[in-house]
Design a protein around this ligand. Sequence first.
Ligand SMILES: *Cc1c(COP(=O)(O)O)cnc(C)c1O
Length: 421
Amino acid sequence: MGIGTNGTNTFNSNSNGAKIGGVAASSYSASTVALHAGRPEGQGQAVVGGIVQSTSFIQREVGEKVEYAYSRCSNPTVTELEVALGALENAPAAVAFSTGLAAETALFLTLLKAGDHVVVGETIYGGTIRLVQQILSRLGIEHTFVDTTEAVNVAKAIRPTTRLVFIETPANPTLELTDIAAVARVCKAAGVPLAVDNTFLTAVIQKPLDLGADICVYSTTKHIEGHSAALGGAVVSRDEGFLERLRFVRKSTGAIQTPLNAWLTTRGVRTLPLRVKQHAQSALHVARWLQAHEGITKVNYPGLKSHPQHELANRQHIGCLHGGVISFELSGGVPAAKRFLKSLSLITLAEHVGSIESIVTHPATMTHGDVPREQREAAGISDGLVRLSVGLEDPAEIVADLELALKAAALVEEEELVGVK
Ligand SMILES: *Cc1c(COP(=O)(O)O)cnc(C)c1O
């Protein structure tokens, strides 16, 4: 990455991707790349890479250049994950972090310093809002939250000191979309790099770098690991210079992924395309069912024709797949939503998305509980909104669980009408 005159961040795309059996990974489909990229290939090597827990690596001579020295800087188990994640986006090896927020923090510290400005999508992961508002601002890094569903809003918010635009699409938890290619054009014209949080769809369904973005950010905790068993984060880019600076920040702040969690996450990558496709197909089935239910006033899912940006969804998302996350509002508002959440038996109430099991969340009190009510409501997160991450259970059984809980929620409305407590 170049640092332009007057401190701007300039990006190159000098992609040199991974190889699988000597063939460029980019010539294979996502399922094959996910299964093979980064795996051991040598004669007599284990078919599955081991977990190298060692903190340190032997050096034969003082001053000799070694690939691995200390596991805060790099580790072979972490490298296997990084090669696999980079290969999925035709990029050099990714940089892996202990959590998604550690990845975002390192990204911000790499590109921003006191006096700089960052443009951030207003409907975005709650933890990202907290990081920008309560931590970056303390370091003298300014921000503007904008509605990125219109690229022109991004153009208007860019200042001479803007050094990064950070967006999330689909937005969490309203499932509004941002046109990545349109925002990328605005950013290119202004000479500002664009980062996209691609956690909800992953490279299987959306490839921001191919649409003109410079950086992809992931919470691998979600779909990529996918089994609710390991936290993690990753940054993918085709700019080697930027990746080098990012690795320097990771080493300096101590945010690298652990070997065990890297190994678990790599195992998740191996089945990622298969899982993500099934999540998306089941989510469409559930979203259509919810839409037809009388107890539901609104369903947000990009795969529905009723979604205001359905046409953009079909253009931007690969294979007519739209992810595993749905959000919806109950006609009975907060009391009905509370009873509904309590009455589910198969679907788990937890703060999570993108895992094998179906999970519901109440964003207003859980993921976005720290976001001030006014800001929350402006971003479309009402108190009655429920987020559902559709898991890999039989879709008919997911629907059956929702149906019973919606019946219980409807009773709350009736009780209120007759004044029962
Ligand atoms: C969970 C999440 C994060 C943060 O990731 P952690 O691994 O929990 O730190 C960031 N962005 C999105 C969209 C997320 O869902």
